[in-house]
Ligand binder design. Sequence first.
Ligand code: ZN
Ligand code: ZN
Ligand code: ZN
Length: 238
Amino acid sequence: MPYCHWVIISGCVLQLQIRIYEFRRIDKFATGAPGARVIVTDTWVMKVTTYYLHVAQQQDIHLTVIDSKQHELSPDSDTPVQILTITVASINPNVKSFDIRLNSTDYGELREKLHAPIRNAANVVIHQTLSDLFLETFKSHVEVNQIYSLPSGMELEPCIGCMQVHANTKLLRLCQDEGQYEGECQQCYCRPMWCLTCLGKWFASRQDQQHPETWLASRVPCPTCRAKFCILDVCLVQ
Ligand SMILES: [Zn+2]
Ligand SMILES: [Zn+2]
Ligand SMILES: [Zn+2]
């Protein structure tokens, strides 16, 4: 019957219009690489790839973080990034589950946009800020620096930043042999007062937040005596 068809078709058109309307709304959340765009509206979670459109209704889905890959700050990449893989599984048997990938710094916004919690099956530590991400890079660089041996008789005190753990860093001007840094850093004479995490947070907080590509090569003042140091000058204490 033509009339019935028309009702069905106009119903579809209406649904399509609703979807287009939602899609255009400012408060949708979009993330992901151009070939695998993730779009979340109040009702839908979509993944748009070159050849396929995955769509699941928010009320039917469970999201689970299953994996994370960390790409550290390096000469090849300007910004440290953590890429999370999240499975979107629907209770609707007609909707195949699919994976979405997003930058960990977008995770908070995604969570806000969803009506259901995201499970973290793999206990992935999610770094939601640039400073969090940088901290990982900072630590891995410091770990390859020279170790500072605590003079006998000196005891390590609690870190004055967090008071949670013992101070375990010492600033020594070690970069002086690297010609490009010469004349810039200064010797700090402070005893070990900060843990690596607190010192890393300090280092990150003193940076130009718009230019993370400059962070590794920059100098910041010692939080106690203000002598300038770079990442090469940070030693773990043993
Ligand atoms: Zn601390
Ligand atoms: Zn100092
Ligand atoms: Zn230095």
